[in-house]
Write a protein that binds this ligand. Structure first.
Ligand code: PCP
Length: 388
């Protein structure tokens, strides 16, 4: 068997259950030798959010459907992109425990990282409002993960992604400006701007990086005078050693450009950004490139726990036993969790809507999954109802 080029598991490794913690295989060995083939209902729940976050965006469901298809199990899940809270089951899996036990590791991995990235992206987009946020963080993670990271950054609300392969899979045009290396190669910011303008497809917006050699406000005016109406924006990726008061620097750049009639030139900021910094820069900045804080977002520590065995409610300490339903109030957007079979709770005077829906039955996908663009639109709409 060819060993993988990179230190990663292949699709076949994941699908065949090889990406599993060894204690699941030992459990299977014991259950099989003891002839224990009990049925179980397990649920995936988040006990707490990182960083004091009040909500999360559920992501990774499309990949979970791929992982579990073909197994003799029944799976119910919240729709991908749903805003959820702590102690709310986002997915349940039912079947003979020995049929799905070894998939827990991969299943959680697919949800934990994707939902962390999608939630951080949503927080940055919520902070930025109408200002575009572009995902620039693939370079901080193993390249195998770039498409996954950028799909979930986009699903969470980012307006664009920078990696060519990710954009291709999302059927988007890749987003990007120019690297410092181009300016270092050309030896001057204006020379680089003019070369970019001369050679790169005119459909690509002219966003010129202005922090390589000189002071940003001087470089901004030089580039604006060189490209005039063809200049869409200037990018400030000012290094930490010079960053000081970046809001002050942005105000100066804005002032000097406006004074000389370049009101059309937008200010694009990147480097060390997160939702708090975006909120601070919104008064002057027009667009953001966010890397590390999204691609290296804290994972959401979902846990998968058995809540029923052979039809009887049972759970470990710290968990509530029995099957559950998650309901959403159509008016205030609040979620509520009740034991399965209970009447639908009322909220804001209306009957709430059940959220957990069948995803897989007898190993077959029984739900048509929305495409990532439709999910993103739903996420942006739902973000209207939550606070940062
Ligand atoms: C990086 C690149 C990314 C930025 C930083 C993401 O800058 O431009 O857009 O930053 P973050 O991870 O802190 O959010 P450099 O590598 O300095 O610049 P470049 O490759 O653009 O020359």
């Amino acid at each position: 068997m060819n060993s993988p080029l990179f230190h990663t598991a292949s699709d076949a490794d994941i699908k065949s259950g090889q990406v599993t913690d060894v204690y699941f295989l030992r459990t299977l060995e014991i259950l099989r030798q003891k002839g224990i083939a009990k049925r179980a209902v397990a649920e995936i729940v988040l006990k707490s959010f990182p960083g004091g976050w009040g909500w999360g965006i559920l992501a990774g469901i499309e990949e979970v459907a791929v992982l579990l298809q073909g197994l003799p199990v029944a799976v119910r899940a919240l729709p991908e992109g749903t805003i959820f809270g702590t102690m709310q089951p986002v997915l349940t899996i039912e079947g003979r425990y020995t049929d799905f036990a070894q998939y827990e590791t991969a299943l959680l991995g697919l949800l934990c990282q994707a939902s962390g990235v999608a939630t951080k992206a949503a927080r940055c987009k919520k902070a930025a409002g109408d200002h575009p946020v572009v995902s620039f963080g693939a370079r901080r993670m193993h390249p195998t993960l770039a498409p996954m990271i950028e799909r979930n950054a986009y699903l969470g609300g980012c307006d664009g992604v920078s990696v060519v392969k990710s954009a291709e899979l999302l059927q988007l045009e890749p987003s990007g400006t120019m690297p410092h290396s181009l300016i270092l190669m050309l030896g001057d910011t204006v020379a680089a701007a003019q070369a970019f303008h001369e050679i790169i497809d005119r459909a690509i917006r002219r966003v010129v990086l202005i922090d390589t050699f000189g002071d940003e406000k001087v470089e901004a005016v030089r580039v604006a005078q060189a490209l005039g109406g063809d200049l869409y924006a200037v990018r400030l990726d000012t290094p930490a050693s010079r960053r000081g008061d970046i809001l002050g620097i942005l105000r100066e750049v804005r002032w000097e450009l406006d004074l000389r009639g370049f009101r059309h030139v937008k200010l694009f900021v990147s480097g060390g950004l997160d939702e708090e910094e975006i909120l601070r820069l919104n008064p002057v900045a027009d667009a953001y490139g966010v890397g590390t804080s999204i691609s290296n977002a804290p994972v959401l520590n979902f846990a998968m726990d058995i809540v029923e065995v052979d039809g009887a409610p049972v759970a470990k300490r710290g968990k509530m036993s029995g099957r559950k339903e998650v309901y959403r109030c159509g008016t205030c957007g609040q979620n509520a969790v009740v034991p399965a079979g209970s009447p639908a709770p009322a909220c804001c005077g209306v009957e709430a809507t059940p959220l957990l829906a069948p995803l897989i039955e007898d190993g077959r996908l029984v739900r048509s999954l929305l495409d990532v663009h439709a999910i993103r639109r739903q996420v942006l709409a739902a973000l209207e109802q939550v606070a940062l």
